[in-house]
Unconditional design. Structure first.
Length: 300
């Protein structure tokens, strides 16, 4: 019980801290020579505002306090001379809420919204490319994801990628939660997109309700599809040995009191189909969620 309690507390604390607004006021190039940091305040409001929100469960009003964040212009500095080389004056960018990647020559800055306080909308601007102080390219979430179901939500934020940064050739790479790798040049031109080696071109990665229909045969009702051509509400039958299904899903979900009993209960799971067979992914996958919301967005 102590171990279970500790594990639950770890998950709770991790979730709480993961949802806190993340603010960073200094970004450095990989070679440590250049730094992007605020240089001019364009708006500041130190007032504390109070509002009331009605709670339909408790039938009471809950007070909440907030303040408007300061807004800045950001300057790129040469750390060897502490000289400001240029200023980014995009008033719509909260750079401190995002992540900035700076080329080793200081001539290019790429700003990524990798921890967005919103839902996955195709039109959201997620990556902006700068040549010095000139905005030269914007990538939306729809440019980087085929499906709005391939994001993961916490209580207040969204994530859509697992890695980004400059490679040895000074090309900008992104790995999305759809298990695709994108490579751009410094101006935001796509050089190539390739699938992660973990998922083959004909594999299917999706989320759905799994139900046993007969020996070594299972029915899946699709909630949403990450990789592949399956549609929401589509029903398919796949092969999977009962012994493998028990090992993969039954014992994990506590449905099997005995190894001799068949898995009869329907459950929801993210699954991988290779060569027509249902398999347990042997790699870490994000916790995709909110199927109704993302399916509506995909149909828009």
């Amino acid at each position: 019980m102590k171990i279970l309690y500790s594990l639950l507390m770890f998950c709770f604390v991790h979730q709480v801290y993961a949802d806190q607004p993340r603010m960073t006021f200094s970004f450095k190039s990989k070679n440590e020579r250049f730094e992007l940091r605020p240089c001019d305040t364009i708006f500041s409001d130190n007032k504390l505002y109070t509002d009331s929100i009605y709670n339909s469960v408790t039938k009471n009003y809950q007070k909440t306090s907030y303040s408007y964040p300061d807004r800045y212009y950001w300057g790129l500095y040469d750390k060897q001379t502490d000289q400001k080389l240029y200023t980014i004056k995009n008033d719509s960018l909260f750079i401190e809420m995002r992540t900035a990647v700076i080329s080793d020559d200081g001539q290019n800055i790429i700003i990524i919204d990798d921890f967005s306080g919103a839902y996955g909308i195709k039109q959201f601007e997620m990556v902006t490319f700068y040549q010095r102080d000139e905005l030269i390219k914007i990538l939306t979430l729809g440019d980087l994801l085929d499906s709005m179901c391939s994001v993961t939500y916490s209580t207040s934020h969204m994530r859509w990628c697992s890695y980004f940064g400059f490679n040895d050739k000074e090309e900008f790479t992104i790995k999305t939660y759809e298990f695709y790798h994108y490579t751009f040049n410094k101006k935001g031109i796509l050089l190539h997109r390739q699938s992660d080696a973990l998922i083959g071109p004909d594999d299917t990665l999706a989320d759905g309700k799994i139900k046993r229909i007969k020996r070594n045969r299972y029915q899946i009702k699709i909630d949403y599809c990450i990789r592949g051509n399956l549609k929401a509400e589509e029903i398919l039958e796949v092969q999977c040995k009962d012994s493998a299904m028990k090992k993969i899903y039954g014992r994990l979900y506590g449905f099997l009191k005995s190894r001799k009993k068949a898995l009869k209960k329907e459950f929801t799971r993210t699954f991988l189909i290779k060569n027509g067979s249902l398999q347990m992914p042997n790699f870490a996958i994000p916790i995709y969620n909110s199927p109704n919301h993302c399916n509506r967005l995909n149909s828009m």
